[in-house]
Design a protein around this ligand. Structure first.
Ligand SMILES: *Cc1c(COP(=O)(O)O)cnc(C)c1O
Length: 365
């Protein structure tokens, strides 16, 4: 055995993560460009101060107050309401999904998704020794429902991971898809990752509505994107209370610090303000998609706060051309495509200008 004695399947692998570069215009990780207001920051500071006086004690392991606040927030998306017992939170929805695989995946079990999709999913499977099966999306990045149902029935995964809207393509699942796939999965879980749910276009429903109809449905959300709190690290899910109970078995004790809980509660009190920019970002997104199309590029329809566009013979050259002009986007997705997060109008102006210059240099088109 060589040193350090890392697991065989991890040897030589690089850690996941977009480059964190100090660049004027950062449009690479789908963050919200608008930070919290001074009033919100003051409320967070006061809440954290109160929590600081109790730091000699472990935090509420069940984070009941926070789950109750999150349930109230989610209840706005469904006529059926969401209860505290249906909600579970952790340090980012990445941790929520890892916990799901710790509890429901494992050796002898399979998790699956449909590519191109979020590149962290196979890592949760690998890290929990869960077999990983990946189906394909159609050429327009939609899900071929018949093919998906067949694949699920054939592979019998214990967990299906489906982002809606999908990252990196921005594609939302049609309303009928979730129910159909929940049925196909039998007793397996169908996790609809709604990290970008708040950005969906009018008329696209949230899967939260379907929770009472499908006991194997899990909907995950995050405060990292629409909520403008990526630095907080707070993700959560809504599901049958029995699913939350199963996660309790694998979660680390006191996994959500008192500081995190206090901060998240304060941020939730400012939800209208933090979410206030979502409408503006959707307008900016639609304008960005149109502009890219006017440049003769192909752009995937987007229900999220980013756009996937292409195609380039040498996408790295285009990415580099933008970076040279102070604009950082993401080299991700199928070959030839690039993804840009939606920023402020000023940032998008810089992006367009850098794009126009880069395209003029005829980089690999
Ligand atoms: C950004 C993102 C998340 C959120 O991750 P956090 O750990 O909550 O920051 C989850 N799923 C997808 C598909 C994402 O793009």
């Amino acid at each position: 055995m060589s040193f350090p004695p890392i697991r065989e399947e991890l040897r030589g692998l690089q850690p996941y993560g977009a480059p964190q570069l100090d660049v004027p215009v950062q449009l690479n990780t789908n963050e919200n460009p608008y930070g919290p207001s001074a009033a919100c920051a003051d409320d967070i500071a006061a809440s954290v101060r109160a929590a600081a006086l109790t730091l000699n004690r472990y935090p509420d392991r069940e984070h009941v107050e926070l789950r109750t606040a999150l349930a109230a927030y989610l209840s706005r998306d469904t006529p059926h309401g969401v209860t505290t017992e249906q909600v579970w939170a952790a340090n980012g929805s990445n941790e929520v999904m890892l916990q799901l695989l710790q509890a429901f995946g494992g050796p002898g079990r399979t998790a699956m998704s449909f590519a191109p999709t979020y590149s962290m999913y196979p890592e949760y499977a690998r890290d929990t020794s869960t077999a990983w099966v990946q189906g394909r999306r159609a050429d327009d990045f939609s899900l071929d429902l018949d093919a998906a149902r067949e694949a699920i029935e054939r592979e019998q995964p214990s967990v299906v991971l489906l982002p809606s809207p999908n990252n990196p393509t921005g594609t939302a699942l049609p309303p009928e898809a979730v129910g159909l796939l929940c049925k196909a999965a039998g007793d397996g879980l169908v996790v609809v990752d709604e990290a970008y749910g708040e950005f969906r276009r009018a008329g696209v429903p949230s899967a939260v509505e379907l929770l009472p109809t499908h006991r194997n449905l899990v909907v995950t959300r995050t405060m990292s994107k629409a909520f403008a709190a990526a630095g907080l690290r707070l993700g959560y899910l809504a599901a049958d209370p029995a699913i939350c109970d199963a996660i309790r078995v694998v979660r680390l004790p006191y996994h959500l610090s008192a500081v995190t809980q206090a901060t998240a509660l304060a941020a939730l009190r400012h939800a209208p303000e933090l979410l206030g920019k979502v409408d503006e970002l959707r307008v900016e997104r639609d304008a960005t998609v149109s502009w890219l199309r006017e440049q003769g590029l192909t752009v995937a329809d987007s229900d999220a706060n980013f756009a996937l566009f292409g195609t380039f013979e040498d996408r790295h050259a285009v990415w580099q051309g933008l970076l040279d002009r102070g604009v950082l986007i993401r080299e991700v997705g199928p070959d030839g495509w690039l993804r840009v997060s939606i920023g402020t109008p000023d940032e998008m102006m810089s992006f367009k200008q850098a794009m126009a210059e880069t395209l003029q240099m005829e980089v690999g088109r």
